[in-house]
Design a protein around this ligand. Structure first.
Ligand SMILES: N[C@@H](CCC(=O)N[C@@H](CS)C(=O)NCC(=O)O)C(=O)O
Length: 210
């Protein structure tokens, strides 16, 4: 199996954390999103969305979408579980993950930001857009964890919610977003930062990091 990614891609970062939590590591191929390598026809042939990550099996089967890849992984390698078994609790964890993966992260995607730039938006307007998307999403995430006691998002062990949260906090830091309104999220991020799977998955630990 090969994981197609990019060191700074937060969606690929999620998959790297999930693999690490399962004690696995894969061969990786980096596609430089800054120089547009995701748009190369050879890559578009395996990922028609021209996004990373993609998981490519040796028999040619391809999985796209980080949460689909992580869901497949969690079913194939059930221990340690990334989701709780109990149905309401499980839906709460999924809702947290989807708040980031569906409603927060896509608004800051390179493709979206480049469309804004092409429509004439100045760089400070683009930055304002990113900050607004992040603060909407992170405010909701902080509220979703209102009744949780930590140290991870939903209890004593890291899982799907944490592996979505950490890259999103990483983006917020990179874009200079004030994290002081989100003390729970910041505390969870600090807990994750000491965990070996989260350390190994960090962008600065990847071979293509610049
Ligand atoms: N929903 C997708 C999102 C994938 C995605 O947006 N990847 C970004 C990097 S984090 C990308 O490849 N962007 C390239 C571009 O916008 O051209 C997933 O979870 O896999």
């Amino acid at each position: 199996m090969t994981l197609h990614g990019y060191f700074r891609s937060s969606a690929a970062w999620r998959v790297r954390i999930a693999l690490g939590l399962k004690g696995l590591s894969l061969k990786t191929i980096a596609h430089n999103l800054r120089t547009g390598e995701q748009n190369d026809p050879a890559y578009a042939a395996i990922n028609p969305q021209k996004l990373v990550p993609t998981l490519e099996f040796d028999d040619g089967t391809v999985l796209t979408q980080s949460l689909a890849i992580i869901g497949w992984l969690d079913r194939e390698v059930p221990k340690p579980p990334l989701l709780p078994p109990a149905s309401r609790r499980r839906a709460q964890v999924e809702a947290f993950a989807l708040t980031i993966a569906c409603d927060t992260h896509p608004l800051q995607n390179l493709k979206v930001l480049n469309r804004l730039r092409a429509a004439g938006w100045a760089e400070d307007q683009v930055k304002g857009w990113i900050a607004a998307a992040l603060s909407d999403g992170l405010s909701a995430c902080e509220a979703l964890l209102r009744d949780e006691g930590g140290p991870f998002c939903f209890g004593e062990a890291p899982g799907l919610a944490d592996l979505c949260l950490v890259p999103q906090i990483g983006s917020a830091r990179r874009f200079g977003v004030d994290l002081s309104p989100y003390p729970k999220l910041v505390a969870i991020d600090a807990t994750c930062a000491a965990h070996p799977a989260f350390i190994a998955a960090r962008p600065d630990q990847q071979p293509d990091a610049v």
